[in-house]
Write a protein that binds this ligand. Sequence first.
Ligand SMILES: [Zn+2]
Length: 435
Amino acid sequence: MSDGTGLAEALLGLPGFRVLGVSEAADEVVVRVETTATVTGCAVCGVRAEVHDRVEVAVRDLPCFGRPARLVWRKRRWRCRESRCEVKTWTETSGDFDAQAVLTRRAGVEACRQVGELARPVAKVAEEFGVCWWTVMNAVVEHGTPLVDDPGRVGPVDQLGVDETSFLRANRHHHTVYATGLVDLERSMLIDIVEGNSAADLRRWTANAAPEWLAGVTVVATDLAGSFRAGLSPHLDHARRVADPFHVVRVANRCADAVRRRVQNQTLGHRGRKRDPLYRIRKLMLTGAERLDERGAERMLLGLRAGDPHDEVLGAWLAKESVRDVYLAENYDDAAVLLDKAIAGCAADTVPEIVALGNTLASWRAEILAHHTTGASNGPTEGLNLCVKKVKRAGHGFRTFENYRLRVLLHAGGVTWPRRPAPPRIRTRAPHSNA
Ligand SMILES: [Zn+2]
């Protein structure tokens, strides 16, 4: 800043660099710089070096007043003057520029923050910086990986949630590819995400986790997937297993839905259409009974009377409600009575879907009731799922699971981002206009 072009250096904000010139080109600002170093010694023999020649490298820096900025660094190539020295010439380096990189270090960090913390699409950030997609993605990998791998990121976890998410939707090349999310239920933070949803996939992750960390987990909440129950063993056998209430109710809802669709097909010979009585009440059926007003309840009963000749759909609806009742109970004992009533009711039914629901409930009885002693549920992770969806939308489908994992964890994994400057605020000119 001590040189004649101090104004430009103040704008540039790269200590150790001097601005040689600023010009405007098509849609960008070009800043030519050199280091302020005029004297240097040979790293091997220590003899004072002389400037051999100059090489220019162009890199992208942070956008400048809304325009992409091109930084042209006139690098000195030094030559050792000692004729007996093995070193002939070398090019100067700077901590602000990574060798071979297309972005300055600070621009790479900012590109990573935009994609990771803010879940912005890589293509958008690349456009703003004036670089290609891969340049930004490489910056995300380079600067983001250490943040995700930081051993202090996760810390001790008491209540662990395990939940299935879809990674890639099915297309003509592959089936739906699933992933398993591991969540700290108390902090509502994504710990990790694993490719696949099998017992082996989950077990591979727990096998790699630190034993002390696993020992600290006292509760694991999952959906009613046998694969998760198996995958938690043996490394998390000591933790209390809880069936997540949301997923338990979803299993009951799906049962009611399945019976409705089957009866629909059997009575009318086709899938639900707009005017079909059962199709018209499909949403009412999944609404909690206590949330149905008188009109809604009446509409549902009329629909059942018209479309459910053998009361099969009604039976499934009652079974679904009996499952929901379990969560109205205030304590473990009441919940156990209600759950056993639901199980017995399903077992006594003749509708196969309802019998199957009863079997599922019976096989998860301990886990379902554990909710009432631990209070654990994946409820707090709902917001987290929204975060994951945001990343997925920004990604338009991911090429590799590694990139997906990195970006999801950067956004929802409790990463500590490098502190950014917090300048004093400039107050609004019209302080009362928004009041
Ligand atoms: Zn030398």
